[in-house]
Design a protein around this ligand. Structure first.
Ligand SMILES: CC(C)(COP(=O)(O)OP(=O)(O)OC[C@H]1O[C@@H](n2cnc3c(N)ncnc32)[C@H](O)[C@@H]1OP(=O)(O)O)[C@@H](O)C(=O)NCCC(=O)NCCS
Length: 146
């Protein structure tokens, strides 16, 4: 199945459900904490890869964060689908969208465990950034889109 933006109500439901179960639930965060105020902005691009059964295997999003700059957030792959190329497909979809929007660089705040994935995808660590939920160090990473 190709990566697409969620369209139908069931697609939006499984999109946010995966975001919650991978990025919030393991740290006992309440339902709803996976949503961001700018999720519904027209300039925010959402990426969803579905399993044949219709549930989300991978999600991620892109929003403009400066002149010609975009930021990747909320990348999450279903545990049963990790290390099978799903994250790559989702990120490449968002990078293609960024290029189409005329963006020339992307930034993101990577969880420490995800840094090797982003390095493999061409991103470079710039500096340590925030610590999420008091326990997850993040690193600011950057990639020039050529
Ligand atoms: C991080 C995450 C998004 C990566 O997605 P994924 O589907 O597991 O990664 P992929 O299988 O698409 O990997 C893409 C490439 O990165 C490489 N890679 C992925 N994780 C890696 C690691 N820990 N160390 C080294 N290389 C890694 C893969 O080998 C692959 O390389 P290849 O295409 O040359 O074979 C996913 O594992 C995940 O959701 N993790 C938990 C939540 C999380 O940390 N999200 C990110 C928040 S910033």
């Amino acid at each position: 199945m190709p990566v697409n933006s969620p369209q139908t109500p069931p697609e939006w439901t499984t999109y946010y459900h995966l975001r919650y179960t991978v990025l919030r639930q393991p740290w006992q965060q309440p339902e709803g904490s996976e949503r961001a105020d700018d999720d519904d902005d027209a300039t925010t691009t959402h990426a969803l890869l579905l399993a044949p059964e219709g549930y989300a295997t991978g999600v991620g999003r892109l929003h403009p964060s400066g002149p010609a700059q975009g930021q990747i957030r909320f990348m999450a792959v279903h545990p049963a689908w990790q290390a099978r190329g799903v994250g790559r497909q989702v990120l490449e979809y968002l990078e293609a969208a960024a290029r189409q929007q005329g963006l020339t660089e992307l930034v993101l705040h990577a969880r420490e465990a995800a840094v090797p994935f982003y390095e493999r995808m061409g991103y470079t660590v710039e500096a340590p950034s925030h610590t999420l939920f008091g326990s997850i160090p993040h690193f600011l990473m950057r990639k020039a889109l050529v």
